[in-house]
Design a protein around this ligand. Structure first.
Ligand SMILES: C[S@@+](CC[C@H](N)C(=O)[O-])C[C@H]1O[C@@H](n2cnc3c(N)ncnc32)[C@H](O)[C@@H]1O
Length: 290
């Protein structure tokens, strides 16, 4: 992978930020553990040879697949030079011969020939997608999948927060969902809905694109005080809620002063012994008809 061109970015956080990359490395470990395995449990892994991870970030999931399955060839694509350089360096350090990373924009046509992959994985891209392009991306995935190939999309309907006991966190969640609505990223009916309305749409998008055997698997991350994921996910939120502030200001959702106050209060609330929070996300997957 050489000469990565610069590109316009639709992602709600600076994709070249080292802090965002560190957040994604930690989040990948936490989320993959919560999902309980690299692949959907009910697929025939023996039929999977070529794997694509779209918006792979620092490459954690893709590298795990390449490491655990030397018989499979894995490709990761992303638009961040920093993430791609890190992922490539990690793959070289681990001497993984069966993985490649490329610069490629998930919001445009994918530069792969038809029928190139047996499984496509997409996780947490709501922050870079405008609502109109979801069906286009799913059609592109169908084109580059082989017959019988699997597309799995894992995503969330809020800012990594879910139901929780912090008023400040709840307010930040509302600001993020409103900013997503105003910038054309949300399927919610209006800007007052405290969700993106994305995950209920995905099975229909897959159906409309001609996928079959569509399944939905919800995931639930308890990050209440005392829960095993408490430290990792509260840290994740602290970083994410800090890095997203320029996006919220630019969307005209809140002033710097308001955001700082909410952020300070959130830090206090997350450290309370009585804090509770459960964040949910969902995997939707289906097969390209043979
Ligand atoms: C929330 S992260 C998800 C990373 C990874 N899928 C995971 O679950 O750990 C979103 C990723 O999308 C990348 N990204 C942003 N805009 C993109 C675009 N237009 N095309 C491809 N990747 C993009 C970012 O650089 C970032 O790595």
């Amino acid at each position: 992978m050489t000469n990565i061109p610069p590109s316009e970015n639709s992602y709600v956080v600076d994709q070249e930020s080292a802090t965002e990359m560190a957040r994604l490395i930690d989040q990948d470990a936490m989320v993959s553990r919560q999902m309980g395995g690299l692949f959907p449990p009910d697929i025939d892994q023996g039929r999977v040879h070529d794997v694509l991870d779209i918006a792979c970030g620092p490459g954690g999931w893709a590298m795990e697949v390449a490491f655990e399955h030397p018989d499979k060839h894995v490709v990761g694509i992303d638009i961040s030079q920093a993430m791609l350089e890190y992922a490539t360096a990690q793959a070289n350090m681990q001497n993984l011969q069966n993985i490649e990373f490329f610069f490629m924009d998930a919001t445009a046509s994918l530069e792969f020939p038809a029928a190139s992959f047996d499984l496509i994985n997409i996780r947490f891209i709501v922050g870079l997608m405008w609502k109109e392009i979801w069906p286009e991306l799913i059609k592109e995935c169908k084109r580059i999948l082989r017959p019988g190939g699997i597309l799995r999309i894992t995503d969330t309907d809020d800012a990594l927060i879910g139901a929780n006991s912090s008023e400040a966190l709840e307010k930040l969640s509302i600001l993020v969902t409103r900013a997503f609505y105003r910038t054309g990223r949300s399927f919610a009916v209006d800007e007052w809905a405290n969700h993106f309305g994305l995950t209920p749409m995905l099975s229909n998008f897959l159906l409309e694109a001609g996928f079959t055997n569509i399944r939905e698997v919800p995931h639930m991350l308890d990050y209440s005080a005392g829960a095993p994921a408490h430290f990792s996910h509260t840290h994740n939120l602290e970083v994410a809620m800090y890095l997203i502030q320029p996006f919220l200001r630019n969307a005209g959702i809140a002033s710097q002063e308001e955001l700082e106050q909410l952020y300070e209060q959130m830090l206090i609330d997350l450290r309370q012994d009585e804090f509770f929070g459960i964040w949910t996300f969902m995997s939707t997957y289906g097969e390209k008809s043979a």
